[in-house]
Ligand binder design. Structure first.
Ligand SMILES: CC(C)(COP(=O)(O)OP(=O)(O)OC[C@H]1O[C@@H](n2cnc3c(N)ncnc32)[C@H](O)[C@@H]1OP(=O)(O)O)[C@@H](O)C(=O)NCCC(=O)NCCS
Length: 188
């Protein structure tokens, strides 16, 4: 692994049960199935992306982040049938301070089977190495217990609360901030 990833070849990651690969325009329908689902949007300040066209716009946006070398987003795939069951990403690469933010979203039919945790651990390990990061961070809406649990299972520590920082579904909500320092991370 080079000390700093140069964005030439997309990094495919494999875990015990999953493949994490590049999201392509062919995933437009799969992405709109994820980001058009009200259960997925419950804790997000995000309009529903409930058509393949809107899914494609999101894919273009993510591809732009990769081109600008500030983010990497993976489609989470079940190897048995090649189905896109979720996505995860690391973004806001801050080279000066050596940190990134992470996030993940899964189709509800696949919740509760440890997939987001498995994918996130692989993503975190890769990002620490590839970008020589010192820290990885994430936030989630207070009350998004599944997301909070994923972060804790990945080894992040709760660091504080931003009060009423986000407008979600007609009200201001608190965000919980989590962080993980490199020396605290145990490779999966
Ligand atoms: C957050 C999300 C990605 C988790 O995906 P997942 O594959 O189900 O996650 P995992 O199975 O790896 O872990 C989920 C954990 O949360 C727990 N959990 C789920 N719902 C819960 C609830 N309502 N209360 C408490 N714990 C809950 C699960 O039991 C599991 O913990 P455990 O292994 O200790 O039992 C998924 O719920 C999702 O896509 N949510 C919508 C999008 C979203 O909110 N993304 C995060 C934005 S910050």
């Amino acid at each position: 692994m080079p000390p700093s990833f140069d964005f030439t070849t997309f990094p495919v990651l494999t875990t015990e049960r999953l493949i994490l690969r590049q999201i392509t325009p062919d995933d437009a329908e799969g992405m709109s199935a994820i980001f058009g689902d009200p259960l997925v949007l419950r804790y997000l300040n995000q309009r529903p992306l409930d058509t393949p066209e809107k899914g494609r716009e999101l894919i273009d946006y993510l591809a732009g982040e990769y081109r600008q070398q500030v983010g990497v987003d993976w489609g989470i795939i079940l190897p048995a049938d090649g189905r896109l069951i979720g996505m995860c990403g690391a973004y806001k690469l801050d080279r000066a301070n050596r940190h990134m933010d992470i996030g993940y979203h899964m189709l509800p039919a696949y919740w509760g089977q440890g997939y987001a945790t498995e994918a996130s651990r692989a993503m975190i390990g890769w990002c620490f190495d590839a970008f020589d990061l010192h820290r990885i961070q994430a936030d989630c809406t207070e009350g998004n217990l599944a997301s909070e649990r994923v972060l804790l299972k990945c080894g992040l520590t709760e660091e504080g609360i931003w009060r009423e920082i986000c407008w979600e579904h007609g009200r201001f909500v608190n965000l919980k901030q989590f962080g993980l320092l490199r020396h605290e991370f145990k490779m999966p």
